[in-house]
Ligand binder design. Structure first.
Ligand SMILES: Cc1cc2nc3c(=O)[nH]c(=O)nc-3n(C[C@H](O)[C@H](O)[C@H](O)COP(=O)(O)OP(=O)(O)OC[C@H]3O[C@@H](n4cnc5c(N)ncnc54)[C@H](O)[C@@H]3O)c2cc1C
Length: 401
């Protein structure tokens, strides 16, 4: 079995690593000249940490991680807590994994460093994929082509594989944009708590957390806007614009924003869940098939879960690719669709506009958090509970029985 992966982001490199662990031949094609990630943080929740454990990279992940103490919901002006989910030992024991923060480049490196150079093809921009009699063929901008038993499109929100095999569909402009910045602090500082803090205000919210072992603070500040903003990691904006947008918010945020050097603007787009993402010997993974808003911190996590499940499915039935891909889709599509839609809904609840609506929401958070902080604070138990390793156990069970 030979698998071709289009796209060397977090999802593509995770899949390449997971397939190699199963002894499956892999080639990975990335349009850029090298693997690379932007300077930003990412929250990796227990469900995705379990997938990384399943790939044998747990210790290496923890070496690069920052452990937040809690997920905390805060009032945009007073900083008063309206919920707190402790992330200590009890949380880790319950989910069999911690909740961590990591720099995106460190996460990518986790998967990419172990890939043999000979399987990585750079400067390879895929223009389309088609089925062949026994597998699939990917074509590239330089006129070359590659055939394999399976081709996986892990080429992100604007996936060429998706477009060529499943048809082009328009992305939905959500009317949200986010300011993204990393602030070097040299360590944990007084005005930024060592938590995953969600500051919720009218028509906007801000998320702050540490990465790089506490050396830097990652800022994702989401605002509503009537002007269209490009979906891009490289559109720069100014500190002044960010400060003006969040004028009147808590002073701790103002102090943090004042230390920002570079700010990027990211327009938020999403798509409705797909009905199917398998066609013959071609499938998709990560943002290529389920792009989502970042409000549940799950896009990279879902791509990593996909990678483990797809590798397990292909390893379990290497001579029956359609069976493997249908098992992959059946396991992953309903879950990722639910996460996509729930993330969209968070965009509404985090941004309630009036003081009355915000007070009612916060009272409800507080009530749930008092009852059982872990399970009901912001109701993410169903996301974190999932264990992608159970999929492999389920595949083995009938044969063992
Ligand atoms: C502001 C923000 C905050 C976020 N925070 C979190 C978070 O806290 N936790 C979380 O889990 N997720 C988070 N996400 C989501 C996460 O960043 C994405 O879901 C994740 O990066 C998707 O990975 P991917 O590999 O599917 O796609 P990508 O990272 O987009 O990788 C696709 C790769 O394919 C390559 N490529 C594209 N087209 C071609 C082509 N035609 N030929 C060859 N190569 C191609 C690209 O160069 C790229 O390397 C956040 C997203 C945003 C915008």
């Amino acid at each position: 079995m030979k698998v071709g992966i289009i796209g060397g982001g977090i999802g593509g490199t995770a899949l390449a690593w997971a397939l190699l662990q199963k002894g499956i031949e892999v080639a990975i094609f990335e349009q850029a000249d090298a693997f690379g990630e932007v300077g930003a943080g990412v929250q990796i929740t227990p469900n995705a940490v379990k997938a990384i454990k399943g790939m044998g990279l747990y210790d290496q992940l923890l070496d690069r991680a920052f452990y937040p103490q809690a997920i905390v919901g805060r009032n945009w002006q007073s900083a008063a807590e309206n919920f707190r989910i402790p992330l200590g030992q009890e949380f880790r024991d319950h989910y069999d994994a911690p909740f961590i923060h990591i720099h995106r480049a460190d996460l990518l490196e986790l998967f990419a460093t172990g890939l043999p150079a000979g399987i990585c093809h750079f400067g390879a921009r895929c223009t389309g994929v088609e089925e062949t009699a026994t597998g699939a063929r990917a074509s590239f901008a330089d006129g070359s082509a590659f055939e394999a038993d399976v081709i996986v499109g892990a080429d992100g929100v604007r996936s060429a594989v998706r477009g060529s095999v499943f048809g082009e569909t328009a992305m939905r402009w959500t009317g949200h944009m986010c300011y993204r910045a990393l602030v070097p602090t040299g360590g944990v500082v007084d005005h930024v708590s060592p938590d995953s803090s969600f500051w919720m205000g009218p028509n906007a919210h801000v998320v702050t957390y540490y990465v790089k072992g506490g050396e830097m603070v990652n800022i994702v500040a989401v605002a509503e806007t009537s002007e269209w903003v490009a979906e891009s990691w490289s559109t720069q904006t100014s500190r002044e614009e960010m400060l003006a947008t969040f004028e009147g918010w808590n002073g701790a945020l103002g102090r943090l924003f004042a230390d920002v050097d570079e700010v990027f603007a990211w327009g938020l787009f999403d798509r409705d869940p797909m009905e199917s993402w398998v066609r013959g010997h071609v499938t998709l993974l990560g943002d290529a098939c389920h792009p989502m808003l970042p409000f549940l911190s799950q896009g990279a996590g879902m791509a990593i879960e996909d990678a483990l499940v797809l590798a397990e499915a292909l390893a379990a039935s290497p001579s029956d690719v359609p069976l493997a891909l249908s098992r992959y889709e059946a396991e992953r599509l309903p879950r990722t669709a639910r996460v996509q839609l729930e993330a969209r809904e968070r965009g509404r609840t985090y941004h309630l506009p009036t003081p009355e609506e915000m007070a009612a929401r916060d009272a409800e958070y507080a009530r749930r958090a008092r009852e059982e902080p872990r399970t009901t604070g912001i109701n993410t138990d169903w996301v974190y509970d999932y264990d992608p390793r159970a999929f492999a156990a389920g595949l083995r069970a009938p044969e063992e029985a």
